[in-house]
Design a protein around this ligand. Sequence first.
Ligand code: 6PG
Length: 249
Amino acid sequence: MNSPPLIYTFSDIKAASLKAAGIVLEKSLVSVRDKGFFTLVLAGGNTPKLLYQLLASAPFVDKIPWPQTHVFWGDERMAPRDHPDNNATMAFLNLLQAVPVPTSNIFPIPTGEKKAGQAARLYEKTIIDFFELQSIPTNAIHFDLMLLGMGADGHTASLFPGSATLKEKRHLTAAVDGSVMASGLDRVTMTLPLINRSSTILFLVDGARKAHLADSVLGSTQTTKQLPVSLVHAAEEMIWCVSRPTENS
Ligand code: 6PG
């Protein structure tokens, strides 16, 4: 992909989330029109909550072709489903329990496994098997729309600065050692080879704490070039929806 990213800036996260919801709707309609199904990868963390609530509300809830939509996650913390840090639980609470996506179309990362490595391998097989059913071979696997967030340190999904996982070239998923993280939770993440095959990647960033970093990343400054978020390049279209609250907002 050579075209520069589309960058949309808003004064608050609600407006940014509304724009993002419109993009999800647009991509879902085009994908289903062109090939009969839509593959959507959800982001974790807190920022997407409002977006998910918007997608579960009018007008989006009535317009998105939910029965033809297939839902995956870009990463997950190895926490049980009733744990507040579980990304799938957040998505179910804010979106999936309110929209008619068939359960068989929803592919959470298996956190019930004992080890993140086991969960990563299982999820990789889940992804490969799904696309095989669509007659798409492993080397052509790509999601239609991948939602991603950005941490204040420039991580995205569970790809953290300096992580060896950033060098993964073969596997579609990887385990992430959580011992250095506040939660102590190991994680599973999609890897760059898989993320970067996505047709469209949409970053939704609540700029309250991250606008400066987003500016540096989008300006490809020397200091941010090696950050995980800077290593993400969609196959066709990169979109950023950034809220940039002003001082008096
Ligand atoms: C995760 C996310 C992660 C998130 C960023 C931003 O599981 O933690 O996938 O990459 O998008 O950390 O998180 P917030 O939206 O909570 O700021």
